[in-house]
Design a protein around this ligand. Structure first.
Ligand code: FES
Ligand SMILES: [Fe+2]
Length: 384
């Protein structure tokens, strides 16, 4: 959760329309609790969800008299974070430093985006959303007990269509994925990623409006470590355009919230129908994800125990993919680490994992502490 790329990136935390002047909204990002609120001027704010007085969650407070009032002793904080009222000492105010920690917030694509650090660049580009001819629909959020990279990986994976989404996005009789192109992608403003084009799939029902199957051409743009945008053009629906942007809100290391933003030419169906189609696709992915997680945990544990030099089970599934690494996404999700979440020094890895390490331990003492512990374990195992 301390990955510098993620800390300096923007992440969605709530639908923008949920931020109103009626009440604050709680959210969590990279392990940090946040309170979101909108002031009387219409400006949105994102603060650490912690009152500087006695630490109460500000998200259970009230928006009133031009500020956010804490539910415990009623201290009221102005939009700039300054305390403007202390009910028990009406003539006094605390030191100016008694402000909630604030974060940057922006509203784009119907979502509120927060950056916990100094933003490395703007909120990602999604030009289809800026096209006034396309209809925009926000789907989700979907809570998934998995890391962000794994969710992006699934979004890009066409080989699962015929199995997980049989009858909708895939056909069990047509499982082969043909070759497609992958090129570097750039937004011209320092943002880089990858783009896959000429990705073809036969789909029985490619969207909620489709009747009968069609050959569908996909493109995928991975524009941020935790954002991928696809477009799909079905052969048989002339003039139909659809772009779906998948944004992962990294809540904790192993827990994510997925937001989908669609921009499309489907103006015929109501929003509930459009959302229901995406919900169904997501439900199928979620069932598969659960099975994968349970399987991973058993497999990794037994495989490494059998072959490993030490009885330290390794947990590998949070490893960023090469694609994530190519985008500069380097740490936070440690690789490899044991089930207690500790970094495992390279010389203790099984042969096939040697050289696979690409991050540093989170602090200089960590490696020494873990080595000491592993040495003790080894001695115990060898009966020394
Ligand atoms: S804890 Fe917030 S006012 Fe006391
Ligand atoms: Fe899927």
């Amino acid at each position: 959760m301390s990955d510098p790329v993620l800390l300096t990136d923007w992440h969605p935390v709530a639908p923008a329309r949920r931020l109103d002047e009626a009440r604050p909204v709680a959210a969590k990002l990279l392990g940090t609790d946040i309170v979101l609120w909108r002031d009387a001027e219409g400006a949105a704010h994102a603060w650490q969800d912690r009152c500087p007085h006695r630490g109460t969650r500000l998200s259970i407070g009230r928006i009133e008299h031009g500020g956010l009032t804490c539910a415990y002793h009623g201290w009221r904080f102005a939009p700039d974070g300054r305390c403007m009222h202390v009910p028990s000492q009406p003539g006094q105010l605390p030191a100016d430093s008694a402000r909630p920690k604030s974060f940057r917030i922006e509203e784009r694509y119907g979502l509120a985006w927060v950056c916990l650090g100094e933003p490395a660049r703007g909120v990602l580009p999604f030009p289809e959303h800026d096209d006034p001819k396309l209809r925009k629909v926000l789907c989700g959020p979907y809570d998934v007990a998995s890391s962000g990279p794994r969710i992006v990986e699934n979004f890009l994976d066409m080989a699962h269509f015929a199995f997980v989404h049989a009858g909708v996005l895939g056909d069990p009789a047509r499982t082969e994925v043909r070759d497609y192109r992958v090129d570097p992608w750039s937004d011209g403003a320092g943002g880089t990623g990858l783009m896959a084009t000429q990705c073809f799939a036969w789909q029985p029902q490619t969207n909620s409006l489709a009747h009968g199957g069609s050959e569908v051409e996909y493109t995928y743009r991975v524009v941020r470590p935790l954002t991928a945008i696809l477009t799909k053009v079905p052969d048989v629906q002339q003039g139909f355009h659809e772009a779906i942007s998948l944004h992962v809100q990294p809540v904790e290391e192993e827990s994510s919230r997925v937001w989908l933003v669609m921009a499309m030419t489907n103006f015929e169906q109501d929003e509930a129908t459009l959302r229901e189609f995406q919900d169904r696709v997501h439900d199928a992915d979620l069932a598969r994800e659960r099975a994968q997680r349970e399987h991973d945990e058993t497999e990794e544990r037994s495989a490494v125990l059998e072959r490993g030099p030490l009885p330290v089970p390794l947990k590998l599934r949070n490893a960023p993919t090469p694609l994530m690494k190519s985008m500069g996404y380097a740490g936070g999700y440690r690789y490899p680490h044991n089930f207690e979440g500790n970094y495992v020094p390279e010389e203790y890895l099984p042969d096939e994992l040697q050289g696979s390490r690409f991050y540093e331990p989170s602090d200089s003492g960590e490696e020494a502490r873990i080595k000491e512990r592993l040495e003790a374990l080894r001695k115990k195992r060898d009966g020394q």
